[in-house]
Write a protein that binds this ligand. Structure first.
Ligand code: TYM
Length: 325
């Protein structure tokens, strides 16, 4: 099966991105044809610093590699380097219902968050994402829950295009992890962990052990004393239990039992150590890849060529179907 997914390069990659998306990628890459993209064009829709963009992109390629994406099995490339993404976006715009774009939850949230910069790119963002997915005749899109609506729209766009111009695109399906689909903020457990929120609200994949400990000890918990999973009454503790369970490969029940007679402080201390242990191999690999930037750039260059071959072939078909020569 063809798998496609991507992450925006601005902001640090956190354990929400890892548990919601990247972990699924690693599982899928053994038996499928995987393409993982660094979606720099999407990142331009929110405020960013052009001088830092190139470095952020390279950092993300290092995250993919350090977290276990194998460049011999999977394609890793930068979205803006394959021009077909922007070309297909324009063409797909012509079959995308405007009303659907205005209804996207992320558009509504981002227009509130970045009030002074509600640009048309923010509205068209899901069309570019549909182009990313459809260009590669993707069947599976492993993402966190927040991207489900965008994948649904990509399906709608593909169906509309196929109806109007004849069978062209495969209809993709979102793959969402049951347990890691929505990791919440450490500071506001009612909100999802986000790259654009303050650093203390998230654990970044390359955070130092000291930082991890500090952030977990300061994480907002709930009233009461028990370590019990209860999303309604104890969203803070439930989120910490989910993180613990996924990173240490233990069930929630096992953890509830382990901490039955223990307080929040001891729970948090043990959790901090478990998170530090789980992320330690990534930090070590990061150091290794930082000193091999030529190697990382070569992988991106090869990825671009492999992506271009597939994208070019889909675009040739799309152009023909639409009557463009
Ligand atoms: P982005 O960069 O916001 O997030 C990258 C991936 O991480 C997931 N994610 C989470 N999962 C669980 N808990 C969280 N708190 C959490 N926060 C983020 C996201 O769901 C996503 O899978 N539009 C996309 C990038 C994109 C894309 C694509 C994805 C562009 N084109 C094509 C798939 C296919 C985005 O902004 O993700």
């Amino acid at each position: 099966m063809r798998v496609f997914s991507g992450i925006q390069p601005t902001g640090a990659i956190h354990i929400g991105n890892y548990l919601g998306a990247i972990r699924q990628w690693i599982e899928l890459q053994d038996k499928n044809e995987c393409i993982f993209c660094i979606v720099d064009l999407h990142a331009l829709t929110s405020p960013y610093d052009p001088a830092k963009l190139e470095n952020s992109i390279l950092e993300k390629a290092i995250v993919y590699l350090a977290a276990g994406v194998n460049p011999e099995k999977s394609v890793i490339f930068i979205q803006s380097q394959v021009k077909e993404h922007t070309e297909l976006t324009w063409l797909l715009n012509t079959v995308t219902p405007l009303g659907d774009l205005g209804r996207m939850t992320q558009f509504k949230e981002k227009s509130k968050k970045f009030k002074e910069n509600v640009n048309a790119g923010l509205l068209n963002y899901p069309v570019l994402m549909a182009a990313d997915i459809l260009l590669y005749q993707t069947e599976i899109v492993p993402v966190g829950e927040d991207q489900k609506q965008h994948v649904e729209l990509a399906r709608t766009i593909a169906r509309k295009f196929n109806q109007k111009f004849g069978e062209t695109f495969k209809i993709p399906e979102a793959k969402i992890s049951e347990t890691g689909k929505r990791i919440m903020s450490l500071s506001y457990p009612a909100k999802k962990m986000s790259k654009t929120d303050p650093s203390e609200s998230r654990i970044d994949i390359f955070d130092s052990p000291e930082k991890i400990k500090e952030k977990i000890m300061r994480a907002v918990t709930d009233t009461g004393k028990s370590i019990k999973y209860d999303l309604k009454k104890k969203p803070g503790i439930s989120n910490l239990l989910t993180i613990y369970s996924l990173l240490a490969n233990k069930t929630i029940e096992e953890l509830e039992k382990k901490f039955e007679k223990k307080g929040y402080a001891e729970f948090k201390k043990t959790l901090a150590n478990a998170v530090i242990d789980a992320l330690d191999p990534f930090r070590k690999k990061q150091q290794e890849f930082l000193s091999r930037d030529v190697y990382v750039k070569t992988i991106l260059e090869q990825g671009k060529k492999r992506a271009q071959l597939i994208a070019g072939s889909t675009m040739a078909d799309v152009r023909k179907k639409m009557g463009l020569s």
